[in-house]
Every structure is written in structure tokens, then in C-alpha cells.
Design a protein around this ligand. Structure first.
Ligand code: 4FD
Length: 228
């Protein structure tokens, strides 16, 4: 999967996406991340990207002309100069991360993972000019939860991580995403609790059934200990 990220702070993505499973996925070619600094599409000597809101009020709004120029540039990039005919045929599914968006769920993550190409727009300030959305330059407005952050970068990283681990080959056999919290296999419920050695820790035992070797009983215990 290719993911293009439009952001004012490309540096924010360095840590979380260059470690562990996500770094390995990028190395193996499962995940191809492209970062674009929105400032480079800004206007004038100071590369202005935002302006005061019409109607007055606090904060600044990201300009529609700047954002649409960035989106259209990425659309063109993904489709040309790709000599080896690698992925990115067609158009990206364009997502705007915003507290006004539809809440992201595991089922939503699984749907997003079916796309070959995503484009993520990270907003700042009070968000973006509504005409970017109303004009059809965004396919889906997504929120990771009901709280406000300083920018859409962390939500974008959350989405990338959740989607990447659904791509076939990204997780090893031991990390499988088949029977985990919110999976279809567990009826979208939360996973049962886990235990490992030692058998007793500071007076706390491991539930006896898990030591019994009775696979049927263990299965029953786990099904009974998922959470709504
Ligand atoms: N809950 C989320 C997304 C972005 C964000 C922003 C309007 C602020 C939280 C549009 C206001 C974007 C989320 C940037 N905070 N901050 O997913």
C-alpha cells in the first residue's frame, strides 16, 4: 500500500513510523510512505498556508487553494514517473483527519486496508476551509476519538499503524490479527486476558484452566472472558 501524507510537520512522523513492525513493513515493501510538507505549497514570500476565519473568531483556517494544490500535485505524482509500474494505479482514497469526522473503528480500519493508495490530510489551527470537503477533494473525514489535538499528525500515525498491520505479510504468524480485540472472530468484542510465567506472581495465581491442557475448556474460558 502507498500512503501520501500532507502535513505542516513531516518531522513528527519520524519516530513512530521508523521502529519495529512498521519499519519492517516499509523495508519489505508492504508499506510505501510519502511525506509532503504543505508549506511548500504556501503562497507568497512566507509560504502562507492559513488565514483568518470569515465571520471572525479565534484561530486560523487552512486555505483551500493551498490544500487543493497539494492534493492535485500528489495525484499527479503517484501516476507518473512510476517506471516499474508499481502500485498507485488510479486515485488515492483521500482522508481528512478531524474531530468532526466519523469515528475510526476496527471494521473501518479493515475497509481502509483494502485500498492500494491512501492520501492523508493533516489539519492544524481550527482546521481547513470547508470548501475542500464540499468541492469533492476529500473522500472521507475521519476522527480517532472525541478529543481535540494540536494537529492531525498523531491521528494520521494512529491510522497508518492500524491499517498497516492489516496488510497481508506485515504481521508474523505469532502476531496474527485474526483473534484479537475488535476482530470479527471475537464478535468485535475486546480480547480475553493473557498470562505467562511465573505460575504464581506475588500471591496471584494463573487461572487453573489455562494450565490444565484441556483445549476445549480453555476455549470456553476465553469466550466467557471477552468483554463487550
Ligand atoms: N480526534 C483529531 C483530528 C485532528 C485534530 C484539527 C479541526 C483541529 C483531533 C480540524 C480542528 C483539525 C481526531 C487538528 N484533533 N486536530 O481525530
Amino acid at each position: 500500500m502507498r500512503i501520501d501524507i500532507l502535513t505542516l510537520f513531516p518531522g513528527m512522523f519520524e519516530g513512530p513510523l521508523t521502529e519495529s513492525i512498521i519499519d519492517r513493513a516499509r523495508g519489505k515493501g508492504h508499506l510505501d510512505l510519502h511525506f509532503h510538507d504543505l508549506r511548500t505549497f504556501g503562497l507568497g514570500r512566507y509560504h502562507q498556508v492559513d488565514d483568518a476565519p470569515y465571520g471572525g473568531g479565534a484561530g486560523m483556517v487552512m486555505r483551500a487553494d493551498v490544500i487543493v494544490k497539494a492534493i492535485e500535485t500528489v495525484l499527479g505524482e503517484g501516476n507518473k514517473g512510476n517506471k516499474r509500474k508499481k502500485r498507485t494505479k488510479g486515485k488515492p482514497w483521500r482522508i481528512y483527519l478531524s474531530p468532526r469526522g466519523e469515528r475510526l473503528t476496527q471494521a473501518g480500519v479493515e475497509k481502509l486496508a483494502k485500498h492500494e493508495w491512501l492520501l492523508l490530510l493533516c489539519g492544524h489551527y481550527e482546521g481547513i476551509d470547508q470548501r475542500v470537503i464540499d468541492g469533492g477533494w476529500i473522500d472521507e473525514e475521519i476522527s480517532i476519538g472525541d478529543y481535540v489535538l494540536t494537529g492531525g499528525e498523531i491521528p494520521a500515525m494512529v491510522l497508518i499503524d492500524a491499517v498497516a498491520r492489516q496488510i497481508p505479510g506485515v504481521l508474523g504468524k505469532d502476531e496474527s490479527a485474526l483473534e484479537e480485540s475488535f476482530s470479527a472472530a471475537l464478535g468485535r468484542k475486546k480480547e480475553y486476558p493473557h498470562y505467562t510465567r511465573p505460575e504464581e506472581f506475588r500471591g496471584l495465581p494463573v487461572p487453573a484452566v489455562l494450565l490444565s491442557g484441556h483445549h476445549k475448556e480453555i476455549e470456553k474460558w476465553r469466550k466467557a472472558n471477552v468483554r463487550a
